[in-house]
Design a protein around this ligand. Structure first.
Ligand SMILES: [Zn+2]
Length: 1125
């Protein structure tokens, strides 16, 4: 043993030495940054770089040390999968927490990471007083220091841009045909006229549409404009995504879609990001951009008081740092615009009346004018000195809000530059001003057109990013003026927000299965990628539809009705496409390997269980039919998560006596329930729901069989017991449920599983939950309440939430309560005005039993100006603290501020929110993004739907009245904290989910897929596809496995994420990783033995590594790899 350890040590030392040599030879540059970057020329820059290199060196050595430590300890990671397979309860022996010092990870939760500016602290400090600042209404009277500017030289970059919404007032295609195409055509001809002209472009959805119809020589011209630096693609996403309701998967996907397009078509890699219109800004965006290799970011829509605060101390440029980051490795250099808007009146300086005069599109006769009633003037020899003087004053005042002598002056607006005349008006008049300044050295100003790259290079020449303060936190909830908080859009059009998440699950799961199939079956799987099969086209179309919907007027619910319909049709088509690819791939994977596969890519082998007929309809369960010749039916279940799932599956069947077996014919416990018609206690004829306990391998497929049998032969099946409380009339009857208990009075009752018991009021609403482990009962009162819109000129609409007062509890005369109970689950159903409310308690070992599932079908279509919320009130002593997530990636601490109006205390709820005290935590997990608040101690409320009958003056020109009922789904999880456990620091600005909340959220977002076999039951099919050999731990999530098709060769990209969980709420059945990921356990037989490290959107490739090696992955971080086959 000693000898083995010694040889391991010597071997490790040799590896370490070898790695160090290699490391020195590689100059540490895994992803070399732009060598032409001016900063390297500077000596100071070189010094800074050395510091960075030293830091990286430390990181690499840290990782090596960690690997060696692992080698020496000689302990293989226990095989979780095999342990599970033996049906033994696994004690989480893999919960070996590697001390942070051994892996150089930046994630820090036990103590508060050091940051110069912390946004929650800023909120505590700010008065939010909204004092009239004069010309700069939301700021102050900026005094120009003439003396100072006599010595300082100002550098001005005027950055022409055109903000193109891929759908808002018009549809994406309508905008393209009526405006965007002209803008892009003009761009080529007008930039080519003069090499001094510059332009930036952000939205690749439009750009690619245009690219497909321009001739080859124009494409060459565009490539030249880009390589010459006249045109810069900024961010390079498919759209400029919303940052509140979006899930990080879709943010990543939509940027990957744009980046891959740019790489394949133009060989361009964006380095600067431009996010000027999303209604509030999230640090998740900064994190993703950083890990994609972007270097700088511009943001705009931030609360006016925050802007003023940062501007006061010249901190509008900062290093945006993640909340958990202890060493600054996540910092992204960020420029925040100081004023009200990104239009020209609000980008040259503090006085919009002056700035407007330098928007030459507003010259008399061009169709638009200045609201301040002073029009622009054409620049002439006679007036240039005066006009240039006016503008210079504004630029200098703007520069005084920043640390450097470099000014970023955006010159554009929505859909600008669609007429050739505007290009001439803007570029010619500005050039005259620049020429004037540049020829007068005593003015101390040098001005030019620029791109973001030009601007940021100039800033970095003057001061390294390290010279700026770090800032952590987010910029929600946005207010543009007065008490106009943009918290309405968190909930607007919730139906489509739910469809978004459904498409997320389909795109992710289908891409994953498709890539597994392509990677597994080698040459026999070539047809999957062949253009003739049409499958990659369906995948690409679906990705692009989902990407399009991430636009800040799409998922936000802030577009015109007909535009919403257009998005919805695209989403439905994408779901249908993914269902087709998923069932095709499943058939391929399950086809017997002995017979050569005969692909038929049109063929439908399986029906999916939930089909939607129309883009506005909710999914319907397919009925599994039994009859002569169809005595048995086959169903295949697909689990897209990396842990084995033992969950309940419910299928609708045509007969009451159905026995469920696994593929080996072993009977599985099941429960049969009647199907009640919507909004009534009438039972549907000849339809039953059969619920059974499924067991599905990680990233795999498994088969179950349903057999029509005689009742006597169905011993593992139980009929649900149905009870109707407060029900007047004769009991409903149906075969199999002849006895339905009817009680004509209302009474309290409770339902139970192994972990908890839930008590309900006479009305049928949740009242309290008892945790069986400890026997403690916590009151959890659930009710519904309504907000009414404020009266007057400024009223709630698609964007704004402007309630007239606190919400009023919904009251109603008593209604019947239905209780369905059996061995596998219990369910309570009731209705009140506008809401069908169902609570389910499941009895399994899986994630579905970790709390109560709530489903609300809300219909407020008969209401006027109504916003309906679900509230849960408890005795949890959370003070004024609560926590919400940001894009499903991280959790941020919120505080209820009484100095702010109610609507300012509302936040986005992309996946979860919680409140806690010393003893308990209560988490609400959601399947669809909505708005959330904790307006009283012990309370969480989630807005369910909103119907506003007027416009809210933000350009949309309509209210939101196209409400559609759908089952909004939540999990309510109550947990008890381990006594005297040391978790997240009490004053930490971030929070961590519990294991239960994390796995519940993933399983809610990525449900098991049900594929109903359409062939004969005796058809030869493999019963199972289970590629994974070891589960990585429930903290490691395969974000995506995605086939990358390009001219240069096909590949697949893998993105994994490691979540840190709150250590004070462990969960035995879900073990955690030790921070080392062996990709061979995830994909043992897929692809080759090596893979390449890559940036998040696969723009830059790094070194080649062994698939079968332990790759350290830090908490809260993502890693990406590229495989070739
Ligand atoms: Zn926009």
């Amino acid at each position: 043993m000693r000898v083995r350890k010694m040889s391991a040590l010597v071997g490790a030392a040799l590896i370490l030495g070898g790695c160090l040599v290699l490391y020195m030879m590689m100059d540490l540059a895994v992803f070399p940054s732009d060598v032409h970057d001016n900063k390297w020329v500077q000596f100071e820059g070189r010094l800074k770089q050395l510091e960075v290199d030293l830091h990286r060196h430390h990181e690499t050595v840290g990782k090596l040390k960690h690997t060696i430590k692992h080698l020496i300890s000689n302990s293989p990671i226990p095989n979780q999968y095999q342990q599970h397979s033996n049906h033994t309860v696994t004690v989480s022996s893999t919960t070996t927490i590697v001390p942070e010092s051994h892996v150089s990870c930046s994630s820090q939760f036990r103590t508060v990471p050091r940051t110069d500016i912390q946004m929650l602290d800023v909120y505590k400090e700010l008065k939010f007083d909204n004092i009239d600042g004069g010309a700069w209404k939301q700021g102050w009277n900026v005094e120009l220091s003439e003396q100072e500017w006599g010595k300082r030289k100002l550098r001005v970059f005027v950055v022409p841009h055109s903000h193109n919404d891929p759908g808002w007032i018009k549809t994406f295609e309508d905008y393209y045909h009526s405006q965007t195409r002209n803008i892009l055509n003009n761009m080529v001809s007008k930039l080519s006229e003069d090499p001094r002209r510059k332009f930036i472009w952000a939205e690749i959805s439009f750009f690619s549409l245009w690219w497909d119809e321009i001739p080859a020589e124009t494409k060459e011209q565009v490539k030249k404009l880009i390589s010459d630096g006249q045109l810069e693609i900024v961010t390079g996403g498919w759209v400029m995504n919303d940052e509140a309701s979006t899930h990080y998967f879709s943010m990543l996907l939509q940027m990957m879609e744009g980046h891959q397009w740019l790489l394949n078509q133009i060989e361009f890699k964006p380095r600067n990001s431009w996010s000027i219109d999303p209604f509030g800004q999230s640090p998740t965006m900064a994190y993703l951009l950083k890990r994609m290799g972007l270097e700088n970011l511009v943001i705009q829509r931030v609360h006016y008081s925050v802007k003023k605060y940062l501007a006061r101390n010249k901190n509008l440029e900062f290093r945006w740092r993640q909340l958990w980051d202890g060493d600054g490795s996540s910092d992204l250099f960020t420029h925040m615009m100081p004023f009200y808007s990104y239009d020209v009146p609000h980008t040259c300086g503090p006085d919009p009346k002056i700035c407007c005069q330098f928007d030459f599109r507003r010259l008399p006769g061009y169709g638009i004018s200045c609201p301040w009633k002073v029009p622009p003037q054409v620049i002439t020899k006679q007036n240039v000195a005066h006009r240039a003087g006016l503008l210079l004053e504004q630029y200098r005042k703007k520069a005084q809000l920043y640390q450097t002598n470099v000014v970023l002056a955006p010159l554009g607006d929505d859909f600008r530059y669609d007429h050739a005349s505007e290009w001439d008006a803007q570029y010619n008049n500005y050039q005259k001003i620049f020429d004037f300044w540049n020829s007068k050295p005593h003015l101390n100003v040098e001005a030019q057109f620029g791109t973001l790259k030009d601007y940021f290079n100039a800033v970095r020449e003057e001061s390294m990013p390290e010279g700026f303060l770090s800032l952590s936190g987010d910029f929600f909830t946005y207010a543009d003026r007065d008490d106009h908080y943009w918290s309405g859009y968190y909930t607007s059009r919730p139906f489509y927000k739910r469809v978004d998440r459904m498409l997320v699950s389909y795109v992710r799961a289908t891409e994953l299965l498709f890539s597994l199939a392509w990677g597994t079956k080698q040459s026999s799987s070539d047809w999957l990628l062949a253009p003739e099969s049409g499958l990659t086209k369906l995948l690409s179309d679906a990705r692009r539809s989902l990407s399009l919907f991430q636009h800040h007027d799409a998922i936000t619910g802030t577009a015109k009705d007909h535009v919403v319909e257009d998005y919805a049709k695209k989403l439905l088509e994408a779901i249908n496409g993914m269902q087709h690819v998923m069932q095709q791939t499943a058939h391929f994977l399950l086809s017997p390997p002995q017979v050569p596969y005969q692909p038929n890519s049109e063929f439908v082998y399986f029906d999916m269980d939930n089909m939607r007929k129309q883009h506005y309809s909710i999914p319907e369960k397919a009925v599994v039919f039994f009859g002569e010749g169809f005595e048995s039916q086959r169903v295949v279940l697909y689990n897209s998560l990396t842990w084995r799932r033992e969950e309940l599956v419910t299928l609708r069947v045509s007969t009451r006596n159905v026995k469920v077996t696994d593929a080996a014919g072993i009977s599985v416990p099941s429960q049969t329930s009647p199907v009640f018609q919507e909004f009534s206690d009438v039972i549907a004829e000849s339809h039953y729901d059969i619920t059974f306990m499924a067991d599905v391998p990680s990233l795999g497929l498994t088969t179950y069989l349903l057999h029509a049998v005689l009742p006597a032969k169905n011993i593992d099946n139980a009929m649900s017991h149905v009870k109707l409380l407060n029900f007047v009339g004769s009991a409903p009857r149906i075969e199999g449920f002849e006895y339905i208990e009817v009680v004509d009075e209302a009474k309290e009752f409770s339902i139970h599983n192994d972990h908890l018991s839930a008590a309900f009021s006479e009305q049928g609403l949740l009242k309290a939950v008892t945790l069986k482990d400890t026997g403690v009962t916590v009151p959890l009162h659930l009710d519904f309440a309504r907000y009414h819109a404020r009266q007057g000129q400024e009223r709630s609409g698609a964007y704004l939430f402007l309630p007239d007062r606190e919400a009023e509890t919904v009251k109603w005369d008593s209604s019947p309560v239905r209780i369905v109970e059996g061995p596998l689950f219990s369910q309570v159903h009731m209705h009140l005005p506008g809401v069908q409310h169902t609570v389910t308690l499941v009895n399994t070992q899986g994630t579905d039993s970790l709390g109560l599932e709530v489903q609300n079908v809300v219909d407020i279509s008969d209401q006027v100006n109504c916003e309906l919320v679900m509230r849960i009130s408890s005795n949890i002593k959370n003070g004024d603290d609560f926590y919400t997530d940001l894009n499903g990636l991280q959790i941020i601490r919120r505080k209820r501020f009484f100095k702010l109006p109610l609507q300012a205390n509302y936040y986005p709820l992309p996946t979860m929110a919680f409140i806690q005290d010393q003893a308990f935590r209560f988490t609400v997990v959601t399947a669809q993004p909505l708005g959330v608040g904790s307006l009283k101690e012990g309370q969480i409320e989630v807005m369910q739907d909103r119907r506003l009958n007027q416009d809210d003056n933000r350009g949309l020109g309509q209210g939101v009245t196209d409400n559609k009922p759908f089952p909004a789904t939540f999990r309510l999880i109550l947990e008890q904290r381990q006594p005297s456990c040391q978790g997240t620091a009490s004053d930490h600005p971030a929070g961590l989910p519990t294991v239960a909340a994390h796995v519940a959220s993933l399983s809610l977002l990525h449900p098991l897929f049900h594929l109903l076999w359409l062939g004969k039951t005796q058809d030869k099919l493999e019963s199972r596809f289970a590629p994974m050999t070891r589960e990585p731990g429930s903290d490691i999530h395969v974000v995506m496995l995605h086939t990358l098709t390009s001219q240069s060769g096909n590949a697949a990209g893998l993105v994994v994420h490691r979540q840190e969980m709150d250590p004070c709420f462990p969960l035995e059945q879900f073990s955690l990783s030790n921070g080392l990921l062996n990709v061979s356990n995830l994909l043992p037989t897929q692809f080759g033995n090596t893979m390449k490290e890559a940036t998040l959107s696969f723009l830059d490739e790094g070194k080649t590594v062994q698939k079968n090696a332990a790759h350290p992955i830090c908490h809260m971080e993502m890693s990406s790899f590229i495989f070739t086959r």
